[in-house]
Design a protein around this ligand. Sequence first.
Ligand SMILES: Cc1cc2nc3c(=O)[nH]c(=O)nc-3n(C[C@H](O)[C@H](O)[C@H](O)COP(=O)(O)OP(=O)(O)OC[C@H]3O[C@@H](n4cnc5c(N)ncnc54)[C@H](O)[C@@H]3O)c2cc1C
Ligand code: SF4
Length: 357
Amino acid sequence: MPVIASNRINNPVDAEQILLNGDADLISMARPFLADPAILTKAYENRVEDINTCIACNQACLDHVFELKPASCLVNPEAGRELELELIPATVKKRVLVIGAGPGGIEAARVLALRGHQVVLADQNDAIGGQLNFSRIVPGKSEFNETIRYYKTQLSKLNVQVRLKHRITADDPLVAQADEIIIATGIEPRKPDILGVNNEYVVSYKDIFEDRVPVKENIVIIGGGGVACDLAILLKQKGAKEITMLQRSKAFARGIGKTTRWATLMELNMKNIRMIGGISEYKAIDQGEITFLREGALRSIPADLIVYASGQLPNNSLYNKLTESKKPVHIIGGAKDASELDAKKAIYEGTIVAREI
Ligand SMILES: Cc1cc2nc3c(=O)[nH]c(=O)nc-3n(C[C@H](O)[C@H](O)[C@H](O)COP(=O)(O)OP(=O)(O)OC[C@H]3O[C@@H](n4cnc5c(N)ncnc54)[C@H](O)[C@@H]3O)c2cc1C
Ligand code: SF4
């Protein structure tokens, strides 16, 4: 009886190994072809490092289908839009400065370089990826490493000048040298307006992901969206004993697609992470406690660390300064609009802006 192996075989090396082991007669793949329609050609030509790997996020394929939208791919927005997103070589080759190497910036830099522009990509961090470097350390999300590997390889092959540990300010010579500028500077976490939020035991999710704060045993997270859920799962792995998530809305993990949300909620439950929604007002953070009003009753929860993951604000101050210059300045991703932001939106905007220059 011929046997076909299927599901989450997302690279040709694994596929080949399964066949070599005699574990199956055929391999079936679907999503990896959305992420990279040239996957087999690249494997055949021994260019595995060039493959844009499917990361199993489901965000633009299955989630779109369940919402009756055309299927595409988070890591390859061209999927399903092949006619609309043609790659046309630039008629006038320009020097383009891309500020911020998050998903929006790296995709913009890749496409600009493919079209023949001379591209400088600057980031204040010591690595490309922006907030993908947060998602990739969340248990179960390590496949984002493949996206970073893909972009690193492509940017290098396309001779994009990547300037890391380089924070751009309005008077940077790179700004003066550029013909056009793309601002992809992402977001800053939004600090909730609660009395006592400036206490030293109140930090942002970014402080945790950047390892600036030691993890404590008893933690309250303000927020219940995708980032807050990932944060809770990471904190549990890092040794937190009691975790409570608080939010105004009653539904947790909102914003995560249909195919993944149930699994995230199940994981939070299995890890005994307490979720308290329906909070009408946060009263204060004081003496190691957060006090809030819920269903007409005041309630306090003790915590030795409080982390807010309750929204983001666009990091757009540089855009506001640079628009005063005479150069064309474009803005994408979180820097443009932090609401409903995710890597899918940032990469899509990166690919679009790079076709407009
Ligand atoms: C824990 C976590 C999990 C997530 N999981 C997912 C997920 O599963 N799926 C999904 O789609 N999205 C996920 N996201 C969201 C996604 O990562 C972000 O929406 C996306 O990274 C935003 O992309 P961006 O390009 O706009 O900006 P960012 O990723 O924020 O990158 C901006 C970059 O600009 C740099 N920068 C800022 N100012 C300057 C300056 N002046 N000079 C030089 N560099 C500068 C920063 O250092 C940063 O690297 C997750 C986010 C977090 C925090
Ligand atoms: S959207 Fe995500 S799961 Fe779907 S094909 Fe693309 S990378 Fe894979």
